[in-house]
Design a binder for this molecule. Structure first.
Ligand code: PMP
Length: 459
């Protein structure tokens, strides 16, 4: 179990840095000067020696076929620039791996861009497309980087909250064989989308499976969105599908917007090798999009990264081919992913349901790597403040999601994540009612977390 974040990487930001940023002129970075939620909660995890169900990185090694390819290519003695869009071998493997599910022949020369993970793919596309005054619409909760990336371009994020399914009695979660039929589906707010769209809208970002609810947008929903967008031909749809292989129950293949007739020409899809192959530190991903969009956004990537390291690209080209072969008794590596992540999900939810004092109401995710839980009915005491937070210029008393998650870390030594950072300012009050736990963790880590939570105090 090699994936332990290193303490020296997570030294606290010092107050001098804060003072320096305070005296600077207003800038596009404003509001994002303090450490990210990931930094804060990973540091808390190390400080409290917690079982880390916070950040969505797996705490196991990537598949052997990836490690073997990496070792071979990193010691091969050739480490030079590649084509900016990506090494042709990898671009060809990507085109081959995705053409069937995109229902078209993807052109490896013109329709693929290899990036430094999903974050860099999103950054490249948003920076290429969004101009000052533009609006970017997205589902809430959202992956937190959409906000700063849009703001850096002078744009504004408009959030449309997903609507939660009803809360169930805790005992309904005791038996994982029933989860498949419980269908705790979050609802897409089509009226909310219609209201949010305007002549200012440049991009619609749809993250499916959604971080943190696990919602998968069905073909029916994607088609309805397509119809609504017909009145807005200048809107580009950015599909963030980084959890494409963490799909459960009835899903064997993720419904893709880009595969719907007429949609490829206005759709960009973001993929992450880190999420697919449990290698979030390798920093590799890819964007698949029509040539015109890749061409427009390419300068952002060419003049910031130029290209991704060659050995990782070559290893990934082989890995995409190897992933289609039998793996650990399953027909493909992807089938194993579905089975394994389903087991992790079920173990965490059933384990939580068995805890006498666990009062959070969880929802069963259709996909993704997280269980989102409702804490609207709870009143966690404000007991602790995270290192440095009270020195922040705009420090405010913690909301209930922070109190609940910080108390859990300090008192039980288990890390979860507050959900208010995944909502716009306008909708943060909704996010304060939720916390998130990652289940892309070994059975030992999940077991340890459950054991430690036996001592939870009611609140
Ligand atoms: N999109 C979503 C929805 C994510 O949750 C994440 C990572 N947590 C990313 C993109 C970024 O992926 P990567 O690690 O490949 O940059």
């Amino acid at each position: 179990m090699n994936t332990q974040l290193n303490n020296t990487e997570l030294k606290s930001t010092n107050q001098e840095e804060n003072k320096e940023t305070q005296i600077m002129e207003p800038s596009k970075i404003d509001g994002f000067n303090s450490p990210t939620i990931w930094f804060k909660y990973n540091r808390l995890s190390i400080q409290t020696k917690s079982a880390n169900l916070g950040h969505g990185f797996p705490d196991w090694s990537p598949p052997e076929f990836l490690m073997e390819s990496l070792a071979r290519h990193f010691t091969g003695g050739y480490l030079q620039y590649t084509r900016t869009n990506g090494h042709m071998k990898l671009a060809e493997s990507i085109a081959k791996a995705y053409s069937e599910s995109y229902k078209r022949e993807i052109n490896p020369m013109t329709e693929v861009l290899v990036t430094s993970g999903g974050v860099n793919g999103l950054y490249t596309i948003l920076t290429g497309l969004v101009e000052k005054g533009d609006e970017v619409i997205t589902l809430e909760p959202f992956y937190d980087c959409y906000l700063p990336q849009t703001q850096f371009c002078g744009g504004k994020v408009i959030g449309i909250p997903l609507l939660p399914p009803p809360i169930r009695e805790k005992k309904e979660y005791l038996d994982p064989t029933k989860y498949k039929d419980m269908k705790d589906f979050w609802t897409f707010d089509f009226e909310g989308l219609k209201k949010a769209l305007s002549s200012k809208t440049k991009v619609l970002i749809l993250n499916t499976p959604n971080n943190s609810t696990g919602k998968i947008l069905s073909y029916e929903e994607l088609n309805q969105i397509k119809d609504i967008l017909e009145d807005y031909p200048n809107v580009t749809v950015v599909m963030d599908e980084v959890y494409e292989h963490a799909i459960f129950d009835d899903y064997d293949v993720l419904p893709r917007m880009a595969s719907i007739e007429g949609m490829f020409k206005k759709t960009v899809t973001i993929h992450s090798a880190g999420k697919i192959f449990s290698c979030t530190g390798l920093r590799i991903g890819w964007v698949i999009a029509p040539q015109a969009i890749i061409k427009k956004c390419l300068p952002v990537f060419a003049y910031s990264s130029y290209c991704i390291n060659e050995p990782a690209q070559l290893a990934m080209a082989e890995t995409l081919e190897n992933a289609e072969k039998p793996y650990k008794g399953f027909k493909t590596y992807y089938k194993w992913c579905k089975d394994h992540f389903t087991k992790c999900r079920n173990m965490l939810i059933a384990g939580l349901a068995k805890l006498d004092n666990f009062e959070v109401a969880p929802y069963i995710p259709q996909g993704g790597l997280f269980v989102m839980g409702n804490i609207a009915h709870l009143n966690p005491k404000p007991k602790y403040i995270l290192e440095g937070d009270d020195k922040e210029p705009d420090f405010k008393p913690y909301t209930k999601d922070y109190n609940w998650t910080v108390n859990l870390a300090m008192d039980q030594k288990v890390i979860s994540i507050p959900c208010s950072p995944f909502f716009t300012k306008e909708h943060k009050h909704i996010g304060t009612n939720y916390i998130r736990m990652a289940f892309c963790k070994t059975f030992e880590t999940i077991e340890l977390a459950l054991e430690r939570m036996k001592g939870l105090e009611k609140c």
